[in-house]
Design a protein around this ligand. Structure first.
Ligand code: FE2
Length: 404
């Protein structure tokens, strides 16, 4: 029996949005070869290149590409010499997520408040400046070598004279507005120049959630971090009874901001009866905690997945019996089941509606980061009804890798 706990108690007691988070500004990956990774995300995932920073723009340290698709911003960064911290990151982790960056009301305030609440400082508040103006930037540590940047576009607020900014309840996820008081007129962030190479978009709209894998026994610690520092609450808890097969057991708590726009599930491996948890496999190869998957929301998943497949993106598959059992499990849906079966799209339902989802295989040679493509039709869950079928599929992949 699968249970889902929505712990409303934390929500009531949590301070709403204490850091003034507005939205996920971008996700930055450190990669071994940003030029080739950019090509992959553009040709396979339908992103467009929108901005560039590198030797030609006076950046002697790194090359970075900004990739955009609707409200999703990915930055791909590669170091230009071995002493840059990105080089060590890649050596340890392979290609992976370095920074889940937030746009905030006031970066100085967000940083000071986060540190006061127990966060570890990574980058003290500073100006990033170019010909188009200035933004404020700071960063704190989260799980593994991953950081959260704070970016604000308002000038004139410095750490010495911080006052609490106007903070809206929850956060705003939509649009690419820089917020009020914007004095920066560049294409992205200082140091980047506009550089457009159009991709053929596949209908990816926005980041729905980003999952972190943490070490055995560390899940509650990191959930407390998101509660105490960022003011998130426990949205859903899954325990090992919900998510276990013979091998691939895991536990998961979904942390959410008050506005339900930013959701960070935190996974830890659970002791399994036989082999290795898929979370442990990730941690062994990533060599620390880190971001496991990024879920990308789309409007019509059948169109998006058909295009991604045509572009060569590889997905996990489930046996045909999954679709035979589906009508009884999820009840009536708008989509024709044959069309979902053809694409390997999974369906799950909660009290409020249903969702359609599919998972890619890892997008690098280490079995680490992968993507989820999903469409929500009222459902606010994460597809717990699909965990079992999915994990059997993941275990098959683990077995082929010799990692079970
Ligand atoms: Fe997910």
């Amino acid at each position: 029996m699968i249970t889902e706990t929505n712990t409303a108690i934390d929500r009531d007691t949590a301070v709403q949005n204490p850091l003034g988070l507005k939205r996920i500004h971008h996700v930055e990956f450190y990669v071994g070869n940003a030029k080739q990774a950019e090509f992959y995300y553009r040709k396979a995932f339908g992103f467009s290149r929108a901005a560039y920073s590198g030797l030609e723009t006076g950046n002697r340290e790194t090359t970075s590409y900004l990739l955009k698709q609707n409200n999703v911003n990915f930055v791909l960064t590669t170091p230009l010499h071995p002493d840059h911290p990105a080089a060590e990151h890649i050596k340890q982790h392979g290609d992976g997520v370095r920074d889940i960056a937030f746009q905030v009301e006031n970066a100085d305030y967000a940083f000071e408040e986060a540190v006061k609440r127990g966060a570890t400082a990574v980058i003290e508040p500073r100006d990033l400046t170019d010909d188009h103006g200035t933004v404020r930037h700071a960063a704190i540590q989260t799980y593994g070598d991953t950081i959260h940047s704070f970016i604000s576009y308002e000038n004139g607020n410095r750490a010495s004279s911080i006052s609490r900014p106007h903070v809206s309840k929850g956060s705003s996820n939509g649009g690419s507005s820089n917020g009020s008081g914007n004095t920066y007129t560049g294409v992205f962030l200082p140091g980047f120049v506009e550089q457009t190479v159009e991709g053929e978009q596949v209908g990816i709209m926005i980041v729905d959630h980003i999952v972190g894998n943490v070490e055995l026994g560390k899940m509650n610690e990191w959930c407390d971090f998101y509660r105490d520092v960022l003011g998130f609450f426990r949205y859903i808890t899954f325990d090992d009874k919900d998510i276990s097969t013979e091998y691939s057991a895991l536990m998961s708590i979904v942390m959410s901001d008050g506005g339900h726009n930013i959701k960070f599930p935190i996974n830890e491996p659970a002791e399994s009866k036989k082999g290795k948890s898929q979370i442990q496999e990730y941690i062994d190869f990533y060599r620390s905690a880190g971001a496991q998957h990024i879920a990308l929301l789309c409007r019509d998943i059948r169109i998006t997945v058909a295009k991604l497949m045509e572009n060569g993106v590889e997905f996990l598959t489930v046996p045909d019996t999954y679709y035979e059992e589906m009508p009884d499990r999820v009840g009536p849906i708008d989509e024709d089941i044959e069309s979902l079966k053809k694409l390997g799209i999974l369906v799950d339902r909660d009290e409020e509606g249903y969702l359609l989802q599919i998972f890619t295989k890892p997008v690098e040679d280490r079995p680490t980061v992968f993507y989820e493509i999903l469409q929500r039709k009222g459902c606010k869950g994460f597809g717990k009804g699909n965990f079992k079928a999915l994990f059997v599929s993941i275990e098959e992949e683990q077995r082929r890798r010799g990692n079970l």
